[in-house]
Design a protein around this ligand. Structure first.
Ligand code: SAM
Length: 351
């Protein structure tokens, strides 16, 4: 099994059944072997710095009804909120003073935040913070909308593909949501020059290792600049509330495989992983992740962005907890890197 890890490190590609084999053995010694290889590769590329991105959850309204997500439209138990332009600007100002140079605006697909409103917001932020990277994560929009936002100054876009296999996608989403459309959005984002992020949950209900192997093959082909992978975590007011959470080991194996496959990629140790186990963030970094995304939303609304139960939003997970984050990173020989950390255009062929 270790040989598969060595092969992936060398060739940056495996066959579907080889990926599946690694994932099925994630909990064994091969998991630790893969993590060691992945962190070596990450260290060669990025040194010991971990990029930080300030995450602002700008709206919890969503027109979609994803079976697993607490923001789903049918969840009437969730009190919704939408930040004003002034609140978002204030968050960014605070973040900038703390040292952040990337702002990630994330939210549900909120019809009230129409194309023009986001375009104006992006322009405002672009002018106010010319040295910062602006990342959007606002779901599926038309190519024309993505174009307008890009021209207004957005640099990056995060849109997890959620599942490369159409049948797996259909088990997690209602029929009104189209797998083809989501994949088309990723393609459009890429063509428009966004640094593009894709990804999926680890251990989502009904997801098999074959499905995950298909995700890995898709990511290998698409080569996103950023890849977000975190464990599925149940949310009590969703259809899938009774399904068990994804495992730490599976998540870590996916992170390690991705680091070996895409050495230059920006891969976060997600909040979901940190919410699943207390040392999740550190273990994610030691398995090859090189980004953390502390929450910069106003503390009063954080609980209302309840995509899953037990979501961390304080201490090292929060922008005001940078000292705690620094301490946690120092404990594993890492430190915060405030650089924009753009994807490096020059690909290395060594290693
Ligand atoms: N609406 C935007 C979109 O669809 O890309 C961004 C917000 S969405 C809440 C961000 C991500 O949260 C999704 O891509 C999904 O993978 C993740 N997510 C949602 N519910 C989750 C859950 N129960 N457990 C783990 N991750 C979840």
């Amino acid at each position: 099994m270790e040989q598969l890890v060595d092969k992936l490190r060398r060739e940056r590609t495996l066959r579907a059944e080889e990926y599946a084999l690694l994932l099925e053995n994630a909990a064994g010694p091969v998991g630790e072997y893969a993590a060691r290889a992945a962190r070596e590769v990450a260290e060669q590329r990025f040194g010991r710095g971990i990029f930080v991105r300030a995450l602002i959850e700008i709206t919890s309204f969503c027109r979609n009804d994803c079976y697993y997500c607490g923001l789903r439209r049918s969840n009437t138990a969730l009190p919704r909120y939408r930040l004003t332009e002034e609140q978002i600007m204030a968050c960014c100002r605070t973040g900038y003073e703390s040292g952040f140079r990337t702002f990630v605006l994330q939210g549900g697909e909120d019809a009230a935040l129409d194309d023009g409103r986001i375009e104006r917001l992006v322009s405002l932020l672009r002018n106010a913070f010319p040295d910062c990277a602006l990342t959007l994560s606002l779901g599926e929009r038309s190519r024309e909308t993505y174009r307008r936002w890009r021209e207004a100054g957005a640099d990056r876009y995060l849109l997890r593909h959620e599942a490369a296999d159409a049948a797996c996608y259909a088990r997690l989403h209602p029929a009104a949501m189209s797998h083809g459309r989501r994949m088309g959005c990723l393609q459009a984002l890429r063509e428009l020059g966004y640094q593009t992020g894709a990804g999926m949950m680890a251990g989502a209900p009904g997801q098999t290792t074959r499905d995950l192997a298909a995700d890995l093959l898709f990511l290998e082909r698409f080569r996103p600049e950023m890849v977000g992978v975190g464990p599925y975590l149940p949310q009590r007011d969703t259809l899938l509330a009774g399904a068990p959470a994804g495992s730490v080991e599976l998540t870590l194996m996916l992170l390690s495989i991705l680091r070996l496959m895409l050495p230059d990629a920006l891969i976060p140790a997600t909040t979901a992983l940190a919410s699943l186990v207390p040392d999740g963030r550190q273990r994610g970094i030691l398995a090859g992740a090189n980004v953390v995304m502390p929450n910069l939303s106003p503390p009063a609304v954080r609980e209302r962005y309840a995509i899953y139960d037990g979501k961390l939003a304080r201490d090292a997970e929060a922008a005001e907890g940078l000292q705690e984050l620094d301490r946690q990173l120092a404990a594993i020989g890492r430190h915060i890197d405030f650089a924009r950390g753009d994807f490096r255009a020059t690909r290395h062929t060594d290693n």
